[in-house]
Design a binder for this molecule. Sequence first.
Ligand code: NIG
Ligand code: FE
Length: 420
Amino acid sequence: MAANWDILWTNARIATMAPGAAKASGPAGAAPYGLIEAGAVAVAGDEIAWVGPAADAPGDAVRACGHVVDCDGRLITPGLIDCHTHLVYGGNRAREFEMRLEGATYEDIARAGGGINSTVRETRAADEDALVAAALPRLWRLMADGVTTIEIKSGYGLDTENELKMLRTARRLGAANPVTVATTFLGAHALPPEYEGRADAYIDLVCDEMIPAVSAAGAADAVDAFCETIAFSPKQVERVFQAAAAHGLPVKLHAEQLSDQSGAAMAARHGALSADHLEYLSDADAKVLAAHGTAAVLLPGAFYFLRETKLPPLAVLRAHGAAIAIASDSNPGSSPVVSLLLMLNMACTLFRMTPEEALAGVTRNAAQALGMADRIGTVEAGKRADLVQWRVADPAELAYRIGDDPCAAVMWGGHTEPRP
Ligand code: NIG
Ligand code: FE
């Protein structure tokens, strides 16, 4: 029976990023980047129907396909995945940037009522339309970098109504754009001012009121928390994780960003999809992450912007086979970043990742960090047809250039639309 293909992109170099691709470059291993030379990828509906060397494509299916695109030797990769962002917020924190340049630390500013809580004030004051309008240009900029899936967290509302407002805003951004939006409830991001000195009571509210409300509304795909001296203790976070589990929601954690609380290992033991930041992760806990299959999400934008000098334990994560993802952490305080390609460059220059590891970090491993590895993250038959054509020949060029605009075309679940 002839396959029914809607679109065929042919005459391309395809970095499939299929499993094994980022580990092997020796002669016996898989091709780096899972590269297919002179390749073709066929799409039926919203799925990849076939991928391989164009010469091997079944002739009857090629002839029957109504829409064949000659990619002129361009590179194709999976659509990029930004698996950790705080894209929805009111206002900005440029003034705090100035304060930090004058010597204040991120923690000083947070303890003085600035930091996350200053964004909470502005986010509470904004209605949903205003939040959508503020987030759209940031989203479009990321989409122009080939991002086809983005995770967006709440965490600047810090009461039930405003957390739900943020999650609805994130869902609206997904509904109004071809990009896939995964939402994460981050109620345990910071202690809101009205709960000053009553952190456990706020955690009660998160567990007993917010998570049930978020779950009932179907507003979030996962639950996150911030485990840190300026935020919540591992014990408090564990309560949040238990409430999430009771509502069937997967968990993840901001861990070891400013100090070692052993939060990542605790999260891994709770079956977390990912632990994120990880500059202060111990070698022992890096092994725990790898052993539990919890993705390690590294955020070079926050490392850079906070002028952090402590590096995440990349060698240990690598040696134990942890899935290492990279994300923008796009947020007003610690990473006002709207380019995922810049994060590839920073992952290489700052963390000494290879360009191949960095690309795996925004494709296959980012999919794992979102629990979506069965649907997205590689160019393989059966996956969602989220694909990018790039005006580069070598995949390492994606991590190499800074401030370039190499994205030539994007396919979103089988549809090509003009880039925003
Ligand atoms: O991922 N670490 C906590 N949360 C954010 C920062 C949020 C903010 O400063 O507004 C982060 O870096
Ligand atoms: Fe974050």
